[in-house]
Design a protein around this ligand. Sequence first.
Ligand code: GLU
Length: 442
Amino acid sequence: MTVITRFAPSPTGRLHVGNIRTALHNWLLARRHGGRFLLRIDDTDAARSREEHVAAIRADLAWLGLRTDGEERQSARFAIYETALAQLIAKGRVYRCYETQAELDLKRKVLLSRGLPPIYDRAALALTEADHAARAAAGEAPHWRFLLDHHSPIAWHDGVRGPQQFDPRQMSDPVVRRADGTWLYMLPSVIDDVAMGVTDVLRGEDHVSNTATQVQMFTALGAEVPRFAHAALLTGAEGKLSKRLGALGVADLREAGIEPAAIIALLARLGTSDPVDPALDADQLAAAFDLSHFGRAPARFDEAELARISASVVHRLDYAQVADRLPQGMDAPTWRAIQPNLERVADAEGWWQVINGPIAAPEADPETRAFLASAAQVAETLDWHDDPWSALTAALKEASGRKGKALFLPLRQALTGMDHGPDMKALLPLIGRDEALARLRA
Ligand code: GLU
């Protein structure tokens, strides 16, 4: 059976690190098994869903390289939900209720004050057809609850958490449709998972109790229950669930110059027993993706770690992979010369400036000026096609008796305006003879 997974974001905001991780897990699993990865836009909440967020979700997934094999939108599927609800009505698995929020709150309070779990009492099940008719005549519309089957204990083998068991008698029958006809998340999600042929649902452990309910919904709809896996949630580096982490979006990471491959490399392995390895590409990560390697403890997400991984990804990028992001005119040898010194591809701009000038060299004392003047004289005589830096420094060492920092630093400062940077052996030929002479003389 083809593995089919889906990522089901609500377009009520931008994607953040937590839901990118969920998307990635689903993508990796589908990829691993040669299956399909689908995008489902959960936009049943018309008031909170925004078209700009839908566009941003697609763009973020594309930027991360998470290609989708299909897309559905819940707002286009209301007629399908209607049909499925009719089936459940016919089977007696959904029922009409009229309690107001205030009444429900009161019931909860009473139960809690007696030390009982706040489970819905199913009072509406006792209503007769005459009661419903009277409500309708009074212009009152019902909301609908799904009738949990109290006789079949809920169990599944979770891909991450192992055997899971829930007692349906300890759960409230969930409201699936509001009196105004709008849908809550729970049932449409199951209807869609059935229709889309989803075989594996991977999501965060905040959904475990939803799964308990949804397992019964699959069965009530006469469908097979997919495999479920719930990953432990992410925490910030401090170990706490941070607000900042919840808000940290793909757009922020992209603006910070983080490489998509670094996000993939980190999030694919965070919370697993497998080491994070910036050298692995998405296909290699998919080939090694295994739910049994996930731990139950919350996984720590550290932005500083992500930045380090991203730098290491930058150090591995081929010219062809970055050419369109480099300053106009920067060629492959130049990229290779500056690459080891970059944390972000965007920093290439700064080194391009250093190579092409103008640069601002620090003020030199008279002794250093004399040294640089002799350097200019030597540089004029060099063969610039063959490693001028080694030839220059060897000759100056001989002539001046300087060595180490005293030899190299004034030259680097005069030639680049900086105290540190890429290997001068690679950099000097790129600066070129005329410009180098001019800088040494200046
Ligand atoms: N829209 C839901 C969410 O973002 C989907 C949950 C799911 O079924 O995976 O939490």
